[in-house]
Design a protein around this ligand. Structure first.
Ligand SMILES: Nc1nc2c(ncn2[C@@H]2O[C@H](COP(=O)(O)OP(=O)(O)OP(=O)(O)O)[C@@H](O)[C@H]2O)c(=O)[nH]1
Ligand SMILES: [Mg+2]
Length: 252
């Protein structure tokens, strides 16, 4: 089996589904055989046609009706059921036998990464190699303090999914004027600490500097790859990072 699995995670609305569709296209254009797996039971409109779809196994409307649940209760129950569908989904994936299985995860990252079901699925899915992409929403990292808080979230997803992780700054086209700053904060903990020094609120300045330092000291700080799913800028860098992580550097 040579299937490589790529889990696309990130905060709600960070661009996971659109990135899934762009990666699918990118691999196709480069002669590989990718397939998509939608793991979001609550997805309404997807910018791609999933080859494998958890919605075929877990239906929110049925859960609401059968268990008298509201929209939040049913989405939690649906997320908790993802793990119970692993065998069926694995079988579909093995039958398709793709080079790349691109997994679009639920919008609510806390339901996927911080309950038992999502990590169980991610850890127990059989694949030749696996990696996670964590999407830093370009629109959410406009300040250094926000950058630190999203970095913490990225780190805690890594602790939960226990996989090689590639951090991606999404919506590059919308943050062009801030791009250099954001990449500086990501690339150098000294640059980040320096800018955090000038935060007016001393308490937040100290706290975020401590956090930034521990993230960097623990070796968890990783470079950030800026990508736009609209202009496709940065996609080649993301593909190269995925190749390094998944294929030990060998090109697709
Ligand atoms: N300008 C711009 N917009 C983007 C980009 N990526 C995503 N978007 C937009 O951001 C919105 C959310 O994108 P999705 O791909 O649905 O994000 P998601 O993380 O899958 O969202 P949920 O699954 O609902 O949490 C959509 O309106 C996208 O068109 C990008 O690179 N540039
Ligand atoms: Mg989505």
């Amino acid at each position: 089996m040579a299937m490589k699995a790529i889990f696309i995670t990130g905060t709600a609305g960070s661009g996971k589904s659109l990135l899934t569709s762009r990666l699918l296209q990118w691999y196709r254009d480069n002669g590989a055989y990718p397939v998509t797996l939608n793991l979001d039971p609550g997805a309404v409109n997807l910018p791609y046609e999933p080859d494998i779809d958890v919605r075929n196994y877990v239906d929110i409307a049925t859960l609401m009706e059968s268990y008298g649940l509201g929209p939040n209760g049913s989405i939690i129950m649906a997320s908790d059921m993802i793990a119970t569908k692993l065998d069926e989904i694995q079988k579909e994936a093995d039958e398709l036998n793709p080079d790349y299985l691109i997994v679009d995860t639920p919008g609510q990252i806390e339901l996927f990464a911080f309950r038992a079901s999502g990590p169980y699925f991610a850890v127990n899915l059989h694949a030749d190699n696996k990696a996670t992409i964590f999407a830093f929403d370009g629109m959410l990292v406009s300040s250094p303090i926000n950058f630190v808080s999203i970095s913490l979230l990225a780190l805690s997803v890594k602790l939960r999914l226990k996989m090689a992780q590639i951090n991606v700054l999404t919506k590059r086209d919308l943050v062009i004027d801030k791009l250099k700053n954001i990449m500086d904060w990501a690339g150098s903990s000294m640059a980040l600490e320096h800018i955090l020094n000038s935060e007016k609120d001393a308490e937040y300045s100290l706290l975020t500097k401590d956090l930034a330092r521990s993230i960097s000291k623990g070796g968890f700080a990783q470079s950030l790859i800026a990508v736009s799913s609209i202009t496709m800028s940065g996609m080649v860098n993301l593909a190269a990072a995925l190749a390094r992580t998944l294929n030990q550097g060998e090109d697709i």
